[in-house]
Design a protein around this ligand. Sequence first.
Ligand code: TRP
Length: 477
Amino acid sequence: MADSTSEIPIPIRVQENATEPTSTGQKIDPWNVQGEIGADGVAKAINYNTLIEEFGTKKILAEDLERFEKVTGHKPHRFMRRGIVFSHRDLNLILDRHERGETFFLYTGRGPSSDSMHIGHTVPFEFTKWLQEVFDVPLVIMMTDDEKFIFSEKRTIEEVMSYTAGNAKDIIAVGFDPKKTFIFSDYDYMGGAFYKNVTRMSKMITLNTARAVFGFNDSSCIGKIHFGAVQGATSFANSFPHIFGDDDSKTSQIPAMIPCAIDQDPYFRLTRDVAARLHYAKPALIHARFLDALQGPGSKMSSSVDTSAIFMYDEPNKIKNKINKYAFSGGQDTMEEQREKGGDTEKDVAYQYLTFFLEDDEELEKIGNDYRTGKMLTGELKAKCISELQVYVKGFQERRAQVTDEVVADFFSAKKLEWKGNPNPTVVAKEGGEAGASAEGDGKLSKSQLKKIEKEKIFAQRKAEKEAAKTAKAGGS
Ligand code: TRP
């Protein structure tokens, strides 16, 4: 069970990682997703196991999948079964809560940086939608239009806000339940309880820490340095009184579970550290890997490069042509060779996309075996991938056509949400329980507990100020 102190060493790990390049040479953070560059100058596939070590997260193991199934009564999503959703922080604590019938909420987001969403963008949202169905809990989706303005040289506020509107429609088309989902734009929602948490958080992050966690330097604009507090504050249920109510002593103890791509982890490592000091519930995380670009492992899908990805607006014929023409093949050069030696499913993009989108485990296994033994040819594998993607993209486009402005307004409205959580808790809730830094217990805090927390906050703040003064003395940079 995580207590408030167990998290403290993690930012220190981060500091080490952020200042020294990792030994593998790969670079994964919110702004870079880059595999190790080999001696030949070619980027290698990202090594997700070393990321788990570097970031200090936990790998999702077979026993975690078993427990997930036992607690939820659902077979784990294919992303979990196939190591696409591969890592977590405190998933076990969320399952504990669900067993006891205690509330948590889901939180995910998108930085609206362009109008063209591709199949890689929809992966975390597909997974989040499934989690919402499985757990029957509220979901908050943050559109970080402010982030995309602050972090871009060129984009205007008007531009990013227009992407928010369009991207929100795309996200809604994934199939979220409007009764349980609140979508907001930072530009619109900033203020009130949310802004209070933003400032509570920003007050606890020194320039020193922001630099260490995110790699900022003296030339970074202060907006970037502050933004971590914005993305982090959404992890706290008391940022959303219209969903969870006004009683801070209760709502601050409701944890979030955040499904996200692994590059977002630095934000939440920082958030978990601050949460402990604020005596708020720490967010749990569940991390997804990236979908490789059509050009193969080590390449990255880009919204601005049409041939790098399948986009959610691609026509069936375009999907076919892109896969046939650009999808990196793990197959052999000739049919004879393929029959004799078989193909490499590790490198093959069409096969990889099938692992993301083909639901049937047995069928996938058979395809893999047939391809590796040469029974299946590249053209056949690609044809299967094309038809799966055509179905997936078409389903999306049909739902997208139904998303009117009224539907969007409903998702963005600060209305009460309706959810049931676990209707049949199998474990009895603990009496009282040590409320505070862990994801445990949403019982109300007593007056003396609140007083103690207040004191500790002041203490933590003084400590942060002292630390900052020390850094300044030491010459800043
Ligand atoms: N920073 C993310 C992006 O650029 C958006 C985001 C905000 C997010 N909060 C999140 C993503 C929580 C995943 C989970 O896309």
